[in-house]
Design a protein around this ligand. Structure first.
Ligand code: ADP
Length: 631
């Protein structure tokens, strides 16, 4: 993990990291902070109330007070305890409800960032590493923003616990043993200072030991074990698609081996794991010693308060008050120090979160609007465009020059890795060219408003994805949509018969992730729906990256026959491996090693010696062979 290579944060930096995270939560939803703080404060203060009244009651009984006064005291104890109990229940309830929003808010931090980032940065392997790291540390022990949320509330609780304890225990030191008692030496400032010092030392020692124990969790990198668990823990339960491979290839033995490693490996979760070893050894010793110091401290307070009561400084009932309050004080201070220690440790795990949130949007965004032209006259030109993917040294595109107008059908062909998809990514401004310019109606596309420019394109990417939502919403890419138009687009894309067979029509959910009556669709059907989505958008440019790759030959032929109807007056940019499917295009651009090596129509290109002819002949030969094999 990166954090091991980076210099450890100073205490100040760690607190600044924590404060930033705290403010993120506050900005996202102040109520989640308020409810947490209130719940911890009330929980911290509630035990002090019965402690105080019980002490008064026992003192009154021990002093032989008037029964009326005792009853009054008892009533007060019962009423106040009931009232405070009711308040605590209400606050607990609020806190619990607000905690349900913790994960959606956490998710939102990253969802918003990833959607607003420049696509080239989302696509960057470094960003994917950060996302993985954030997920791993969060899954491992809740490190990161989530832990910060919980611990800042606990910190507030600790402060209230300390304040309540101070109020209730201050008189232990100020009430003197009356003169004449043999225990009057307890009033001596040295005795009081000694007690205070003992108290501070034992609290510090208990906290330091507890922090030391916790540090084993922070230093133990459990992310590798978690990754193993993420895979092997669910391979049988969730990953039903692997089932066939596992059976056919007898992979159960290697899966079992991996699962055992998950359980018994050093980074795993079993009894031989590093963290279990620490728990049996130094971590366990530290925790035990911390508890022992706390208990010893309670004994000393009992002794001190008991002796003062014996000497007549206060009633015997007050002993429980002082012991309870000082035990609360010790717990409060321990919890405060523990939580500060935890914030310190957690700050290291906030690094990937902030590294992601701080990625700037560096793509230039202009302010020109793309005129909504009624004549739909748009012309796009690639002028000497070259491109390298960030962090790579090879040119994915080199000196590409091309022009196309609305209404034209452009086919982009070439072997795998020749730069076709990269060309589309640049066209849709998912990346900016490394060299050269792309122009829309003569103006650099960077000068247009990004959303405006993007709205000119409808794309079916090769690796498109549909959502497990109703069919109609998938087609319209919206929740509210024109049902008639969605149905027409599906019809045009060749999905009409299937739509008619669906009992819930456009409201049928795709896939069964969320609905039992959802439909599982084939790759070909998904491609038709994606095609319908393109048509629904009605953008002037439509881009189809291998649009028929998953279709059976019949459906493919149907799409080609209907291609003109589908595309209408729009510009179609059409990427395909199958040259036979490009014949109907007005222009064919042949890509090779990132360059446009040939351009023209099929009939001319096929006659000319060159890449197109080579590709064409290779494919034609394949078809001929197939034909002769299957007459
Ligand atoms: P095609 O669509 O013709 O198969 P691509 O445009 O996908 O080709 O790829 C062109 C070149 O760019 C290839 O060498 C490929 O390895 C490289 N490439 C594609 N995507 C990335 C990426 N995200 N990062 C780095 N290199 C990439």
């Amino acid at each position: 993990m990166n954090k091991q290579k980076e210099e450890r944060l100073s205490f100040r930096e760690a607190m600044a990291y924590s404060l930033r995270g705290f403010l993120l939560w506050w900005k996202a939803e102040p109520k989640i902070i308020l409810s947490g703080a209130l719940q911890r404060a009330v929980t911290a203060l509630v035990p002090y109330l019965p402690l105080y009244f019980t002490a008064r009651l026992v003192n009154a009984i021990a002093a032989g007070s008037d029964p009326g006064e005792v009853w009054q005291m008892l009533a007060l104890l019962l009423i106040s305890t009931a009232a405070v109990g009711a308040v605590q229940a209400a606050v607990n309830c609020w806190d619990k409800v607000m905690r349900y929003s913790q994960w959606p808010i956490w998710n939102r931090f990253f969802f918003d960032k990833l959607l607003s980032m420049d696509f080239c940065d989302v696509d960057d392997p470094g960003t994917q590493d950060l996302i993985n790291e954030i997920g791993q540390v969060s899954n491992w022990a809740g490190w990161g923003l989530n832990r910060l949320y919980a611990h800042s509330a606990d910190l507030i609780g600790a402060v209230f616990r300390i304040l309540g304890a101070v109020v209730l225990s201050v008189s232990l030191f100020t009430l003197p043993v009356p003169q004449g008692s043999t225990l009057v030496w307890l009033n001596h400032p040295l005795c009081l200072a000694g007690m205070a010092a003992l108290m501070i030392l034992s609290v510090l020692a208990a906290s330091a030991l507890a922090n030391k124990a916790n540090s084993y969790w922070a230093n133990h990198d459990g992310t590798a074990g978690n990754r193993l668990f993420g895979f092997y823990g669910f391979v049988a339960m969730k990953d039903r698609f692997r089932g066939t491979d596992i059976r056919v290839y007898g992979q159960d033995k290697s899966i079992e081996k991996g699962a055992m490693e998950m359980l018994d490996g050093k980074d795993g979760f079993g009894i031989n794991s590093g963290i279990a070893g620490a728990a049996r050894g130094p971590m366990g010793i530290c925790l035990g010693a911390s508890a022992a110091v706390s208990q010893a401290f309670t004994g000393v307070i009992y002794l001190f308060a008991g002796l003062k009561a014996l000497g007549g400084a206060f009633g015997v009932g007050s002993i429980t008050q002082y012991v309870g309050a000082l035990a609360g004080l010790a717990q409060g201070i321990t919890s405060l120090l523990e939580n500060i220690g935890d914030l310190r440790a957690n700050a290291e795990f906030l690094r990937p979160t902030y590294a992601l949130l701080d990625i700037p949007n560096s793509m230039y965004q202009g302010s020109l609007t793309t005129e909504k032209r009624s004549d739909r006259k748009y012309e796009i030109e690639f002028r000497d465009v070259s491109f390298k993917y960030p962090g790579t040294e090879t040119w994915a595109l080199r000196h590409v020059n091309m022009k196309f107008r609305v209404g034209e059908r452009l086919a982009v062909v070439g072997e795998n890795g020749s730069g076709k998809t990269t060309f589309i990514k640049l066209l849709c401004r998912l990346y900016d060219p490394t060299e050269g310019t792309i122009l829309l109606n003569g103006i650099d596309i960077r000068k247009y408003r990004y959303d405006d420019y993007l709205a000119l394109f409808s794309v079916v990417f090769q690796d498109f994805r549909l959502l497990a939502q109703p069919l109609g919403q998938n087609v319209a890419a919206a929740i509210d949509y024109d049902r008639e138009r969605a149905a027409q687009c599906l019809e045009k894309a060749g999905f009409g018969d299937r739509l008619a067979s669906l009992p819930k029509g456009l409201d049928t959910c795709l896939y069964r992730d969320f609905e039992d009556d959802g439909v599982e669709i084939s790759g070909g059907e998904a491609q038709k729906i994606a095609l319908a989505r393109v048509l629904y958008q009605d953008a002037p440019f439509i881009v189809l990256d291998e649009p028929t790759a998953a279709l059976d030959p019949e459906a493919e032929a149907e799409v080609y026959t209907k291609f003109n109807d589908i595309v209408e007056d729009k510009t179609a940019i059409y990427i395909s491996h199958r040259l036979s499917s490009c014949r109907f295009c007005d222009e064919i651009a042949v890509f090779d090693h990132g360059q446009v090596v040939q351009q023209g129509i099929h009939d001319t290109l096929v006659e000319k010696e060159g890449k197109y002819q080579t590709l064409w002949e290779a494919q034609a030969q394949y078809y001929q062979k197939r034909r002769s094999k299957y007459p």
